[in-house]
Design a protein around this ligand. Structure first.
Ligand SMILES: [Zn+2]
Ligand SMILES: [Zn+2]
Length: 153
């Protein structure tokens, strides 16, 4: 049961991350997300603050799951945490190469990279597509899909 809850939490996070990105980050919190869409040479982005949005509840669920002996609450927290690490690896390391310790290979990762580059072609609040991270349209996995020229991030 622990594993099932963990996996459900992980999978649900893709949907939550997608909706937050589409409706909140490209919505009323665009000012926080904006610098992730603009060229810059800063080490950190305001946009990084969103990592806390997921880290805090995840930490609290793990903490209280242990304190009040609710393993499934902890499982949910671990699912969120695992998603956060995966998101970091895919988005920060493999796609944007902010840390260069790992390079993504293979058709699946290539598809994710291209889809997210297409997200970055648009630098404004409106008009972006591909708000998901681990689940993207199947067309991005085809071998003749175009990379996005002009997407510098
Ligand atoms: Zn965006
Ligand atoms: Zn990005």
């Amino acid at each position: 049961m622990f594993l099932l809850v963990f996996l459900t939490s992980f999978i649900t996070m893709e949907f939550i991350a997608w909706s937050l990105h589409k409706y909140v980050m490209h919505g009323f919190l665009w000012e926080v997300h904006r610098d992730h869409h603009e060229p810059h040479s800063k080490r950190m982005e305001r946009n990084d603050a969103f990592a806390l949005v997921f880290a805090i509840p995840s930490f609290l669920m793990i903490l209280f799951g242990g304190l009040i002996d609710k393993p499934l609450l902890a499982a949910t927290g671990y699912g969120v945490m695992a998603y956060g690490f995966t998101y970091f690896l895919v988005h920060e390391v493999i796609i944007h190469r902010r840390f260069k310790f790992f390079r993504g290979r293979g058709r699946y990762l290539r598809g994710l990279i291209i889809a997210h580059r297409h997200h970055h072609v648009v630098r404004t609040k409106e008009g972006s597509k591909n708000f998901g991270m681990l689940v993207v349209h199947p067309r991005y996995f085809s071998s003749n899909v175009q990379r996005a020229p002009g997407a510098n991030r």
